[in-house]
Each structure stands twice: as structure tokens, then as C-alpha cells.
Design a protein around this ligand. Structure first.
Ligand SMILES: Cc1ncc(COP(=O)(O)O)c(C=O)c1O
Length: 370
């Protein structure tokens, strides 16, 4: 039996630990764990979403393979025709779908690290040549390098998270315009765009969804995981150019978006004003958290337009800080060990009481290290 070598030789993806497993390991009930490690929305689904899920009638029937109702709802929400929208089991599914549709073995995919790990993971899974164009020290894009490499390598796809994970930066509009002039299909991953809009307009003025139909080389991915707190249900969507839609329809799994996810996402869209309130709360808390955290001498923070803050840690090992927060206080943060993110941690924005608990823990840890 012969496994395909590019998959056999792949490093495994390290997913986050399931909540119940973690709770058992820490000896704390889940309610006493403050989970700030995966950029989830701490407010959870809206009451109307929970109610819609509780009332679900047809669980024994397969979902609509074309997700018609959901795509219609999304179309009204973002102002793009439903014919240009495809729903997926999270944005993650659509990243993989795009790669499966485009890549022959060895074809180039450009990623700009440090960034979201799934672009690299799916690239390897699909036997692509993953070409890294590292970001600058401040996480901005290295545009001259990007242009040079696109022209030299002629990659099929270029993935950009806007805002970027893990630092939360959003490239200026003119830089994105320049990227979109490159001869490559550009995939803008707007998983966090709603948190970048200064007026809490759920991505409105900053999102590029409205441009997809005017350009032939742009795809925009969005998700309900962060905005609507539906990460556990797996539902996202993409806006794609017309020429690509028929192929995506052929290649996608028929029942990719399940009934619960569809119902929940639709109920969330019907209460967009309430989602706006949640987003505004997260944005306000991000500001408060950034002010408070920047007062600790051992942190230097990066400005973020998403629902998390990246910081470099000085005078204490970031791995040890993460361990202490987790073991002694039940607070989970994300630690990175790659060279570019050396001694960095990323903390998702939680509720005000989560920030309070974090600050109390940090005060105690600070006393011990200073
Ligand atoms: C940049 C980025 N894109 C996509 C995702 C995944 O989105 P989804 O939950 O819709 O698969 C994440 C999740 O953390 C992310 O950080």
C-alpha cells in the first residue's frame, strides 16, 4: 500500500485541544476556563440563533446542496448577487476547495508569513509549491518582493489575510490595490474584517467583496465563526468571479454546509444590528485591553484591527508565561515558537471580566518576575 509521498511526508497539523479534554487536564470546569487562544467570539451566538437551533425541524433531511436560503441572506447582507457566493463549512473548506480546483502538483501558492497556518497546510496537502514572501519586521507586506516573486514564479494563487492573523494588521488600501494588479488570483481572507471597521459597520467600507465582480482575479473569503460566534458550527462563504463559479459548484462536496449551521447563520443575519453591537463591544474591549497591557514592562504590543492582540514578551519566557496563565489561572493564550514570532503571545479579546482576570493574573506574575 503506497501513501502519496507528499502527504506521507507532511508535518501534522496541530489543532487546538478540545475544550473538554483541556478542562479535564487543568482540573477546572469549562466555565472556569478563560479561552483567549483561538480568536473566538466570547459572547457566543445571539439569543435568536440559540432559539432557532433549539427549534430545528428537519434534522433527518439532507441540507440544500446549493445553500440557496443562506446565500440569499448573505447576498442581502453584503450587497453582492447570490450567484457569486458559495457557502462552505467555514472559510477553511473554501481555502482547500480553491487549491483543489487550481493546483497541479508543484504549482506555486504564495503566502506572506507570519500568517494563518491553513494556507501552508492546504498548500502542502494539495502538493503545491508553497512560496513564502515574509512580511517586514512590523508585519507590513514586502511589496517589491511580492511583485518580483509573482513575476518570476508565476504562482497560481496568492493568499492574504486582511486583517492578518496573528498580528491584526490590515494593509493600506493602495497596497492592496497594487497586489490586485498582479497577474495571479488573489484570495483575500476577510475572516476578521468586521472588527477592522472603525464605525462597526461589519466590514462595510473596508471589505473588498464589492470589487470581486469588477476584477477577474479576486476572491474574498468571509466567515460566521468570528462575527456571529459560530466557530463550532463551521460556516463561512466566499465571493468569487463569475468565470470560477461553475467549476466550484462541480468540485465542492454536495452537502458541505449542514442544516444547523445554515439555520444559525441565517438567524444571525436576521439580527445584524445585534451583531453590530457585539462587534462594537469587542472593538471597545480591544482598546481597553491594549491600554492596560501596554502598561506592563514585559509586553510590547502590535497595533491590531482584529479581535486579538499580538505582543512580544521581554524579560520572561513567553512559553513560561503561557504555561503559568494556563496552569495557575485557567487562562489560555496562544504562544508562537517560530523564529519570526520568537517570544510572542497572541491574546484574543474576551469580555471585560476576562480582561480583568487576565490583568489580575499578570499583576501577580509581574510581582514575581520584578
Ligand atoms: C485568517 C483566518 N482565516 C480563516 C479562519 C478560519 O475560519 P473558519 O472558522 O470560517 O474556517 C481563521 C481562523 O482562525 C483565520 O484566522
Amino acid at each position: 500500500m503506497q501513501i502519496r509521498p507528499h502527504i506521507g511526508n507532511m508535518p501534522p497539523y496541530t489543532p487546538i485541544e478540545p475544550f473538554e479534554v483541556l478542562s479535564a487536564r487543568l482540573g477546572r470546569p469549562p466555565e472556569q476556563i478563560i479561552k483567549l487562544d483561538a480568536n473566538e467570539n466570547p459572547y457566543g451566538p445571539l439569543p435568536a440563533v440559540r432559539q432557532a437551533l433549539a427549534d430545528l425541524p428537519f434534522l433527518h433531511i439532507y441540507p440544500d446542496p446549493e445553500s440557496r436560503a443562506l446565500r440569499k441572506g448573505i447576498a442581502e447582507f453584503i450587497g453582492v448577487p447570490m450567484e457569486s457566493i458559495l457557502a462552505g463549512a467555514g472559510a477553511d473548506e473554501l481555502i482547500d476547495l480553491l487549491m483543489r480546483v487550481f493546483l497541479e502538483p508543484g504549482d506555486g501558492v504564495i503566502v506572506c508569513p507570519p500568517t494563518f497556518g491553513m494556507y501552508d497546510f492546504d498548500g502542502r496537502l494539495n502538493n503545491a509549491k508553497v512560496i513564502e514572501v515574509p512580511r517586514r519586521e512590523d508585519f507590513s507586506l514586502d511589496l517589491p518582493a511580492l511583485c518580483q516573486i509573482v513575476h518570476r514564479e508565476r504562482p497560481k494563487l496568492l493568499f492574504l489575510a486582511t486583517p492578518n492573523n496573528p498580528d491584526g494588521s490590515l494593509p493600506p488600501a493602495d497596497e492592496l490595490d497594487e497586489v490586485l494588479e498582479l497577474p495571479v488570483l488573489v484570495v483575500l481572507d476577510e475572516a476578521y474584517i468586521e472588527f477592522a471597521d472603525p464605525h462597526g459597520e461589519l466590514g462595510g467600507s473596508l471589505s473588498r467583496v464589492g470589487e470581486v465582480l469588477r476584477r477577474h482575479n479576486l476572491v474574498v473569503l468571509r466567515t460566521f465563526s468570528k462575527l456571529a460566534a459560530l466557530a463550532g458550527l463551521r460556516v463561512g462563504y466566499g465571493v468569487f468571479p463569475d468565470w470560477l463559479m461553475p467549476t466550484l459548484w462541480k468540485a465542492k462536496q454536495p452537502y458541505n454546509v449542514n442544516v444547523a449551521a445554515t439555520t444559525a447563520a441565517l438567524a444571525a443575519l436576521e439580527h445584524a444590528e445585534q451583531m453590530k453591537d457585539v462587534v462594537k463591544r469587542v472593538i471597545a474591549e480591544r482598546g481597553r485591553m491594549a491600554d492596560a497591557l501596554s502598561r506592563y514592562p514585559f509586553f510590547s504590543l502590535y497595533p491590531s484591527q482584529a479581535n486579538y492582540l499580538l505582543m512580544r514578551v521581554r524579560g520572561i519566557e513567553a512559553a513560561e508565561l503561557k504555561r503559568r496563565l494556563m496552569m495557575d489561572y485557567g487562562i489560555l493564550v496562544r504562544y508562537f515558537s517560530t523564529p519570526r514570532l520568537r517570544n510572542c503571545i497572541r491574546i484574543s479579546v474576551g469580555k471585560p471580566q476576562d480582561t480583568e482576570a487576565l490583568l489580575r493574573a499578570l499583576d501577580q506574575i509581574a510581582q514575581e518576575v520584578t
